[in-house]
Design a protein around this ligand. Structure first.
Ligand code: SF4
Length: 352
């Protein structure tokens, strides 16, 4: 463990790698060759490993929601992906399909979008049957068109990469595919193990960033925005496609000034003409995600006042709270103008 930390410190001084307090393996995970690889990796780091007797994760509940959260966020469980994960879902506008190599994230963002998508204690689970997960992807490809896959819907894959190696395995796999691209996004910065992989230009790496008052106040346990941008530059220099996700965008006090400063940082980090994409996501929440987030972060100052929001319905009747049209439009115009002025060759993939 000491080696891992000191190595990380010398290459990326601003960030700390997450080290779980407990690691659990299910019997099914230990039966998988990729599970064995993760086992060896974790054993070499001297992490305390518990081999479970059943494939169910138990013993992770505390006396209240807050305690359960704390236990879960310090636990890494190596499990097998259930059969339902082999039926992929589309994920517009980010990619054609989403697939999962893990669920949960060691960071503590007070707006975390996982609060609305995952159920139960937010334990960090990673999948031991990765080769089967990857093999299944070709069933969704079409010979005549590029197919894109998003791997960061249920996790921050870079946040646990030092413990699993699974993101690197995905990148290697996509490097061998002629008509498929991988997309991932992170708020971490430990990219050194990815720089020399045979990616063949088939992976797009994005870093999620935000204005300083938001990242400083709401993004516990992540790398600093400056370190994330430094990491993105390293990935770009290694020939990866790169992009930025600015999310969740909020109309905080002086938001134009604060986001201009963020664009200054981006310009400094990527001070050459690279093919950059931007994905712009304004803050939203659902009744369900608000309830979960308030139990995880009861003292948070995150603004989730329904009175100040507009309701947006999806086709299944679910609702989310978004900014009113005027606020939304003025932010959208500001971001689009800043990007066009500063990065004329960048491609804005979407504003939502
Ligand atoms: S880094 Fe992403 S997944 Fe992790 S806690 Fe923050 S918002 Fe959630």
């Amino acid at each position: 463990m000491t080696d891992l930390i000191s190595k990380a410190d010398s290459s990326t001084p601003a960030a700390k790698l997450w080290i779980p307090e407990q690691v659990m393996f299910t019997p099914a995970a230990l039966n998988e060759p990729w599970g064995q690889k993760i086992f060896e990796r974790l054993q070499s780091l001297n992490l305390p490993i518990k081999e479970l007797t059943s494939n169910r994760l138990t013993g992770l509940r505390g006396e209240n929601e807050r305690e359960t959260y704390n236990i879960a966020k310090r636990t890494l469980a190596i499990v097998t992906a259930p059969p339902s994960q082999f039926k992929l879902s589309p994920i517009p506008p980010s990619a054609d399909w989403q697939f999962h190599i893990a669920e949960g994230c060691p960071a503590h963002c007070q707006y975390c979008y996982l609060a609305g998508s995952l159920s139960g204690p937010p334990v960090i689970r990673t999948y031991a049957n990765l080769p089967q997960i990857l093999e299944n992807l070709s069933n969704y490809e079409k010979p005549e068109k590029l197919t894109t896959y998003e791997v960061s819907c249920y996790t921050d894959p870079l946040g646990i990469e030092h413990l699993t190696g699974s993101l690197a395995e995905c990148i290697r796999y996509f490097g061998t595919r002629s008509n498929a691209n991988l997309r991932w996004v992170s708020k971490f910065d430990a990219v050194d193990s990815l720089l020399n992989l045979p990616h063949n230009g088939h992976t797009q790496c994005r870093i999620s960033v935000n204005a300083a008052p938001i990242s400083g106040r709401f993004e516990g346990g992540t790398a600093s925005v400056a370190s994330r941008l430094k990491a993105l530059r390293k990935l770009a220099d290694s020939g990866y496609q790169v992009g930025l996700v600015i999310a969740p965008i909020m109309p905080i006090d002086d938001w134009q000034i604060q986001y201009s400063r963020l664009f200054d940082l981006i310009s400094e980090a990527l001070d050459y003409n690279c093919a950059l994409t931007f994905e712009l996501i304004s803050h939203r929440f659902t009744p369900g995600s608000k309830e979960v987030l308030q139990s995880w972060y009861p003292h948070s100052k995150l603004d989730m006042d329904e009175e100040k929001r507009r309701i947006k319905r999806n086709k299944f009747g679910g609702i989310k709270y978004v900014y009113d049209a005027d606020t939304n439009n003025s932010m959208k115009q500001f971001f689009e103008a800043e990007i066009q002025n500063r990065f004329p060759n960048a491609n804005i993939l979407y504003w939502t």
